[in-house]
Design a protein around this ligand. Structure first.
Ligand SMILES: [Zn+2]
Length: 446
């Protein structure tokens, strides 16, 4: 007999799996996210952002850049290249240690991560595996026309090292004093054995990382402050508090050089998973690069002339993961007039489209002309769309489903009274506003 507890969980399980399916389906249908090279059957672990997804992802990155670079005095930006000198990865430890241990099932020949196996083969049930072999997760490639050992390069598995190798360049060109940070957004590549959960774990992904350099004595306080700042960033952009949690790493989870790490986790439909890690990396990276490059990467105090290796606090977030969390969190269904209304309740900052301008009658040339003029005027200030491909009720639903904040509707009366209807996405309330005032009205709202 099934226990009560189990039965109680069934609706919940169905609901969560259902939610993920709904989001993946909406993302494809409305042009947020497509499977990479889908017409060829797709490429596992790679995804393409469609017209609305590109806007959403860009908004996520802009919100991050604004919060950590533009709105602070102590952080500068960087955009380092994906291809780096291979010695970088010797210094960082990636050449030797960035590997999963894989085993093959001798009966069915499937390959698994050893640390994911619990005794028997999950495919055929046999218990006969090959010896574990290290599988490096870095993508190897060739630089230049001659294919030899010297030309071997890697697609960076993290953006962080681009910051460390530029530490002295940034210091010399900006005359920064401790504490200060360098922020970067960029693509990284990891040949994950198992990619999955939609855009959560991809082989090509985008990171937003800060390396924040501080005096060793201040590192602990600084770490705490960053955990709080990063946690609040997600809340400020609309993530519900109950869907966000902090997980402090156990000592045995930490890299040998790290003093501490906390993950910000989101309650995804597939379970609590990491959005961002905030680590105290001590002075490990700068010391390693000093040793491997022979360049002195110490910081010299301009007053005391004392030289030190700064400690590093690293808030490292995933752009794709954050985008998925914002999508999941924004998804909302309600019943209106006995029909299901789907709304993506994005925050004002993240909504891919801020305003849609809709003509009530697309066959009326004057209405269309006025609507197009309004759109042309508004698009200088907000991301806007014009749509006349369906009846107004359907147009509203379409905009709700992609999270458009306001719909401006031009009707026959507009031609006479020079007023339009502005509809709010969340409350669905409509008000009449003079055409001349729309821009100011919306500017105040955003
Ligand atoms: Zn097997």
């Amino acid at each position: 007999m099934l226990s009560k507890n189990f039965l109680a969980k069934i609706p919940q399980l169905m609901q969560t799996n259902d939610l993920m399916e709904k989001i993946v389906s909406l993302c494809k249908r409305r042009g947020f996210i497509f499977q990479s090279s889908e017409i060829y059957g797709g490429l596992n672990g790679a995804w393409d952002y469609g017209p609305l997804g590109a806007e959403l992802k860009r908004n996520v990155k802009n919100a991050w850049w604004k919060a950590v670079v533009h709105e602070r005095e102590d952080i500068v930006g960087l955009d380092a290249s994906i291809l780096m000198h291979p010695r970088t990865w010797d210094a960082s430890g990636h050449t030797a240690n960035f590997a999963d241990i894989l085993v093959d099932c001798k009966k069915c020949n499937n390959r698994f991560r050893q640390d994911h196996l619990k005794g028997k083969c999950p495919v055929c049930g046999a218990n006969d595996f090959t010896e574990g072999r290290a599988f490096n997760l870095m993508f190897k490639t060739q630089v230049g026309a001659v294919e030899d050992e010297k030309g071997i390069c890697y697609l960076r598995p993290e953006t962080a090292q681009g910051i460390f190798v530029n530490f002295a360049n940034v210091l010399d060109s900006t005359h920064r004093r401790l504490p200060f940070g360098i922020a970067q957004i960029g693509k990284s590549f990891r040949n994950e054995v198992t990619a999955g959960n939609f855009i959560f774990r991809c082989r090509e992904f985008e990171q937003m990382e800060i390396e924040y350099f501080t005096k060793p004595a201040d590192a602990e306080e600084c770490h705490k402050a960053w955990i709080e700042a990063r946690f609040n960033w997600y809340l400020n952009l609309g993530i519900k508090k109950e869907n966000l949690q902090l997980r402090v790493h156990d000592k045995d989870e930490l890299a040998h050089y790290a003093k501490g790490c906390s993950d910000i986790e989101y309650n995804f439909p597939f379970g609590w998973s990491e959005l961002e890690g905030i680590a105290n990396r001590t002075d490990y990276d700068l010391k390693q690069h000093s040793q491997f490059s022979g360049k002195d990467l110490q910081y010299q105090d301009p007053v005391t002339n004392e030289k030190i290796f700064p400690y590093v606090i690293e808030p490292s977030g995933g752009v794709d993961r954050a985008t998925l969390a914002f999508l999941v969190d924004a998804y909302h269904e309600e019943t209106v007039n006995e029909q299901t209304r789907v709304v993506l309740r994005f925050s004002k900052e993240l909504a891919p489209i801020k305003v849609a301008v809709l003509p009530l009658l697309k066959k009326n040339a004057d209405i269309v002309a006025l609507a197009k003029n309004i759109k042309k005027d508004l698009q200088k200030s907000f991301s806007c769309v014009y749509d006349d491909t369906a009846a107004i009720g359907k147009l509203y639903r379409r905009q709700d489903e992609v999270g458009t904040f306001y719909c401006v509707t031009v009707d026959v009366d507009s031609l006479e009274d020079k007023q339009v209807t502005v509809r709010d996405r969340d409350t669905m309330t409509q008000i009449r506003i003079p055409v001349d005032n729309i821009k100011q009205y919306l500017a105040e709202k955003f």
